[in-house]
Design a protein. Structure first.
Length: 105
């Protein structure tokens, strides 16, 4: 597929919209792959398993996402809920990686 993605403001058809959504979803997955790479790095770096869960950091990440969403005019409350799930999933993944790296599985 070599067609250039149409920006939202330039979409003229639902095919344009759907192609843009699908392309954006692929980019989001690439970004999530990178984010989870950072979780693998954190699991490697952190020496103490108890340091994997950091409630202050979790709150800051979610607050930052909420503020960014508000600044963009997006549904901040719902996106904060998504970010909460993302962070919790990331923490669970980091625990799994921490254990795997230290053969505690």
């Amino acid at each position: 597929m070599t067609k250039t993605m149409t920006l939202p403001e330039d979409c003229a058809t639902m095919l344009d919209v759907r192609a843009g959504v699908d392309a954006t979803d692929r980019k989001l997955m690439e970004l999530l792959d990178r984010r989870f790479g950072y979780m693998r790095a954190a699991a490697r770096i952190k020496q103490d398993r108890d340091s994997v869960r950091d409630e202050a950091r979790k709150a800051a990440v979610i607050a930052n996402a909420r503020a960014d969403a508000e600044a963009r005019g997006l549904p901040a409350g719902r996106l904060a809920e998504i970010w909460n799930l993302l962070v919790e999933t990331s923490i669970a993944y980091e625990f799994e990686e921490w254990d795997r790296l230290r053969n505690r599985a």
